[in-house]
Design a protein around this ligand. Structure first.
Ligand code: ADP
Length: 262
């Protein structure tokens, strides 16, 4: 009797192991499908600039073009190679972030200085005719952050540049609103464009997702994916906030890394 109950226990254990193996196998298959999809997206993204570099260099080699056409072809080759480099840099950055290999360089800085830096790096700020006007709340004064300030600024620059690219209206405006709560600081980037529908808002953070046809402008749909990954590494988050009129993105950092000045 003892022998048979031992056998029963062993067979239950075996069944459990088999179930775990099946589950692991399903997960591995899903991962491999994801990896294949990613590789095919990457090669698609690389092929577009490569194709134009190849055709325009062939035109140049064939000769017989006038000087203006030659300069135009060389210009396209130049632009496309810059785009290719940017794409490869972004892919590398994303892979380092996703694999958790990123080394954080933690420094202390004023939030308002980081926002200043981001606004000027993105090349916006003062209200220009048809340029993006940036409006800042006074709340960011006095917020000191202890974090990887370069990485956080990279996220800010991306959100500001996105407003610049995608906020289509006659008077594009971006409000940057800082709110301190008990355990976190929120930095909202709210523009007055068309915004993003709830359905699209769930996918914009995925790799290679472009809602507007920005392929020609050299956007690969990686900016938000990289930014979200950075925020996770910094112990915070990046989300879309619906119902704000235009597009609204919220950067959140835990308060443990925020101190009051003075
Ligand atoms: P990219 O790096 O190519 O600019 P992102 O990942 O930053 O791509 O953005 C993905 C998509 O999200 C964009 O193609 C755009 O359609 C949409 N998007 C991002 N920011 C905004 C915004 N402020 N307003 C409207 N659409 C936006």
């Amino acid at each position: 009797l003892e022998y048979s109950s031992q056998l029963e226990a062993q067979s239950r254990e075996l069944e459990q192991t088999a179930r775990k193996l099946r589950e692991a196998n399903t997960k591995l298959t899903a991962l491999s499908v994801q990896k294949d999809a990613f590789l095919s997206q990457v090669s698609h993204e690389l092929r577009t600039p490569m194709t134009s570099i190849r055709s325009f260099s062939e035109f140049l080699m064939e000769g017989g073009m006038d000087e203006k056409a030659q300069a135009r072809s060389a210009g396209i080759i130049h632009e496309e190679s810059i785009r290719l480099t940017r794409l490869l840099d972004d892919l590398l950055d994303l892979s380092v972030l996703e694999n958790g290999q990123v080394v954080l360089n933690v420094q202390t800085a004023r939030l308002s200085d980081l926002l200043d830096r981001a606004v000027s790096s993105a090349g916006v700020g003062s209200p220009k005719p048809d340029g993006l006007e940036v409006i800042r709340s006074a709340e960011d004064e006095g917020v000191l952050l202890k974090t990887d300030t370069d990485r956080l600024t990279q996220v800010f620059i991306n959100l500001i540049s996105n407003a610049q690219k995608y906020c289509v209206t006659d008077t594009p405006r971006l409000r940057i609103v800082v709110t301190r709560s008990q355990d976190s600081v929120d930095i909202d980037f709210i523009d007055n464009g068309l915004g993003i529908s709830p359905k699209d808002a769930t996918v914009v953070f995925e790799k290679f997702v472009r809602l507007t046809d920005q392929a020609s402008a050299g956007s690969a749909g990686l900016g938000l994916a990289i930014s979200r990954e950075i925020m996770l590494r910094l112990g915070g988050s990046l989300d879309y906030v619906p119902g704000q009129g235009g597009a609204a993105f919220r950067v959140q950092l835990p308060l443990v890394w925020v101190e009051r000045l003075g």
